[in-house]
Design a protein. Structure first.
Length: 502
């Protein structure tokens, strides 16, 4: 699914109106119907609503929603905030339609006036400000939003929480509605997918309002959200005449004294991702532990407590390096020697990233198409600090193109950045996966997919999606609190069943 800027969304609205030969207010009505249908599915008939509406088109949405809720038998009252002397034509039209039914259904809130007596059981519909916001909210409107945020009522934002820009993460001091649910139209806004701003949107519900598919398909964007159709296009079904050699040989390199568990998780994950064969290159200290934990994995041993040389990789289909590896001087030398020699794409994680951060000259030597999987702090050590997560993603796009690598920037909506600078936000996964070893599992999954012949960027996209999906299935059965990294590996089978439609 594409992610458009606010300007692209407005252009899509305009194109749809022209191509469909409809009036702007008819498109607004279409959006309002979708919102009301969602509300009808989630709230009992005796629920009461207050719609807070601005003077722009977002306010028009709110007024139309109030009218349709009333017509469906819900108790509702709309309040129009006099943000501006000018009211958009569609907002004015919907105000008149609501007043024509019953003048008491719409109240006017003059500037410097506040609403302080909304009982806690009433649901607040936020339609004050939309995607046309061009500067931080200030003055009376900011104070009004702040007052609404202090109310305990459940809040539903229409299209976007008031005060939240669509395209940039706002300053920490910015005032925005903090909604429990956001009913957004057709496509995700980019700010929904970043922690500093997405927290204000709550649960995102994308409603299809029939925007023109020709415009959407023809309009270029570097930002996308991974959906089921994308995964179906990547996923390869197995041939009944295949054998273990068909699905490649993955090498997972890592482990050190006290950290054999990390490479063990990676090796198990590579197997569960479908690699035909998996070998782990580990220090001798971990040999017995790994062989006992994962008998399906073969072992190569180098060094005693740390890896001193990376060997045996030349005939491997894919290599993943870093989980539990440590940053001992001998391991640093081993990684540097490997990078000097290897020409095939490699998955690089954890301590291998930390070593590269300490020796940045290695960045320019990385095999083209390699996949780096840093969390935000590891990324900062590699490429420098950024003021917020969106700027960090934009920085990752620059670095991916600069070094011709793929970057998997881990987070709640992990961003997969390709060598061409495309950014794909992942939509699977949950807070239960914030647990030690989850990143090691991801490294193994991507390495296992790479071994099977998936192109590096597709291995990253499919791997991140499967990793999150397995975590979602596990959390549903076990709870987020009880979820551990090994559960993600154990539920990979159900994740594959889900994406294959079996």
């Amino acid at each position: 699914m594409k992610i458009f800027t606010a300007a692209q969304i407005r252009a899509c609205d305009a194109y749809t109106i022209q191509a469909s030969a409809i009036r702007p207010d008819e498109l607004m009505e279409r959006a309002a119907v979708k919102c009301v249908n969602w509300i009808k599915d989630h709230f009992a008939k005796d629920t009461l609503f207050v719609a807070l509406c601005g003077t722009g088109n977002n306010g028009g949405d709110g007024l139309a929603i109030a009218r349709l809720l009333h017509q469906r038998g819900y108790g509702v009252k709309a309040f129009l905030l006099r943000i501006s002397k000018d009211i958009s034509p569609d907002c004015q039209a919907n105000l008149q339609r609501l007043q024509a039914i019953d003048n008491d259904l719409a109240g006017i809130v003059e500037q410097d006036t506040f609403i302080t007596d909304i009982p806690a059981h009433i649901v607040i519909i936020d339609a004050i400000l939309g995607t046309g916001l061009s500067r931080p909210v200030q003055g009376w409107v900011a104070a009004f939003i702040g007052q609404v945020n202090h109310l305990p009522n459940r809040k539903i934002a229409i299209d976007i929480p008031s005060g939240l820009p669509a395209d940039v993460v706002p300053d920490k001091e910015a005032v925005m509605i903090k909604a429990q649910d956001t009913l957004s139209f057709q496509l995700y806004k980019r700010t929904f997918l970043h922690p500093e701003s997405g927290v204000c949107a709550g649960n995102i519900h994308i409603l299809d309002i029939g925007l023109d598919s020709t415009f959407i398909n023809a309009t270029h964007t570097q930002f996308k959200a991974i959906d089921g159709e994308d995964i179906a296009a990547i996923y390869k079904r197995r041939s009944p005449f295949s054998h273990k050699g068909t699905y490649g040989h993955a090498l997972v390199v890592g482990g050190s004294y006290g950290k054999i568990g990390a490479v063990t998780l990676s090796a198990r994950a590579a197997l569960r991702a479908g690699a035909g064969l998996v070998t782990a290159l580990i220090p001798a200290y971990g040999y017995h532990a790994l062989q006992a934990a994962v008998p399906e994995v073969m072992c190569l041993v180098n060094g005693d407590r740390v890896i001193e040389k990376i060997e045996g990789w030349e005939k491997m289909s894919a290599i993943g390096i870093g989980p539990g590896m440590g940053t001992d001087a001998k391991s640093v030398q081993a990684l540097a020697g490997f990078i000097d020699s290897c020409k095939k794409p490699v998955v690089i994680d954890a301590d291998a990233l930390n070593i590269i951060a300490q020796h940045p000259e290695l960045l320019g030597k990385l095999p083209k198409g390699s996949i780096l999987t840093p969390h935000p702090k590891e990324f900062a050590r590699l490429f420098g600090e950024n003021t917020n997560s969106m700027i960090q993603v934009d920085s990752a796009r620059i670095q991916a193109m600069r070094y011709n690598i793929n970057i998997v920037l881990k987070g709640h909506h992990t961003a997969i950045i390709t060598t061409e600078g495309e950014c794909w936000y992942n939509m699977t996964g949950n807070a239960g996966m914030a647990t030690g070893g989850a990143g090691d599992v991801l490294t193994g999954i991507i390495t296992g997919l790479l071994a099977q012949g998936y192109e590096p960027h597709n291995a990253a996209l499919l791997g991140v999606y499967l990793h999150g999906l397995a975590g979602d299935i596990a959390a549903k059965e076990l709870s987020q609190e009880a979820l551990i990294a090994g559960d993600i590996v154990d539920y990979m089978g159900k994740a594959f069943l889900a994406i294959s439609g079996r």
